[in-house]
Design a protein around this ligand. Sequence first.
Ligand code: NI
Length: 453
Amino acid sequence: MKRHLNRRGKILVLSMSLIILISGIFVIKGLNQKEELHILESTDNYDLKIDYPNIENKKIKQKVDEYVKKQKDAFLNNVKEVEDIEQPKYDFNLSVNVNDYKDITHVYMLTFAYTGGAHYTRDDTSLYYDSKTKEFVDLKYFFKDEESFKKLSSIAYYYVLKLEDKKFDELWVKKGTDPTIDNYRHFNFKDEGLELLFPPYQVASWADGEIKITIPYEEINDLLKEEYRNKSKEEEVVSIIPEVRDLTKYQDKKLIAFTFDDGPSETNTNYLLDNLDKYDAKVTFFVLGSRVNSNKETIKRAYLEGNDIGSHTYNHRNLNLLSDVALMDEVKKTNDAIKGVIGKSPTLLRPPYGNLTDHGKELANMNIVLWNIDPLDWKYKDKNRVANEIIEHAHDGAIVLVHDIYKSSVEGALLAMEELQKQGYAFVTINEMAQLRGIKLDTTTSYFSMKKQ
Ligand code: NI
């Protein structure tokens, strides 16, 4: 909109021609001996300041120059449009920071511009250049696959919510950490972990400012491509290789997966493990995180002997009643505890009482395993009743739920195996069953059984 110049405007225009213009480009050598360029301009109407290192790489330099020009032009256009600038003066501040990590150069460009209104506008732009491939890359480039990137997003969500002294809106944070590349435009691989920066408005209000989290490498090493992992020495040490059996002989058998919840129990779980070989059986344990550290040897043994270790959460709480961060705490603390013992995070989760909403599934990001044979062993504590219930309902692909904290449950399960073996059943872990059935487990499905496809 073109406005007629009022008297004040005319004076302004006049004074513009008498501008006290301090403008110049200074070249300063920084501590790292990199040249830095500084552009300063000051008029009656605005101050402008641009700082950036003199970048040698032509491809990067071109992008940076384009960015600087675009931001500066937009600002100066704003200045031009308004002839009568009220105090405070318009202000423009652009800085460019360059960081190197391994073969990756990160250029972070930040512009603050004040052109009236309640506050500054801000633009954050990052560039990542891989000097090996000579290409610009994004965060997905560093991750193994789409699934891993999705996992990162739920870890990021958790880390933001865990930030103290802030009260976050779960929905806002969720949206801002969803696994889209646009949500992860600013990251930095640092020695202590992957730093993620969320500009104002992305996960919280303007008043909360930018939100920065650092995710330690031990959380994401498994998700990153080999060459970008950063393993500490301690992490390398824990590496237990379990027994793997040849599954081909079970291909044509009827299969049952026995699963044991709420344990481990030193006496009963070990008693079970002592007897599984008789029935050529491998089973799945859904352990409670709170019991992991007091039963390390039992878990290690179960895992080494080829059984699955899954999570039954930390404190056996009804996940549907928890806040997002409390739910993720239950899952994460258990996974960390198990990883500390067997060197590997579990992939299977059995939510207590079988309760988990779709939203909860998305947060947990694990393979949800439920059951379709439940002998109510915890209620009757009668081994014959447990055995009979299982035998009566047995069918190919069934998942049986029992609890290895009760002697009667373990004995009942073993009695059932004895009978079912005669009927031609084989006893497999959840992962073995999925493999034999050609099922690729996914995190959005709850598995009650695995019938032949
Ligand atoms: Ni339970």
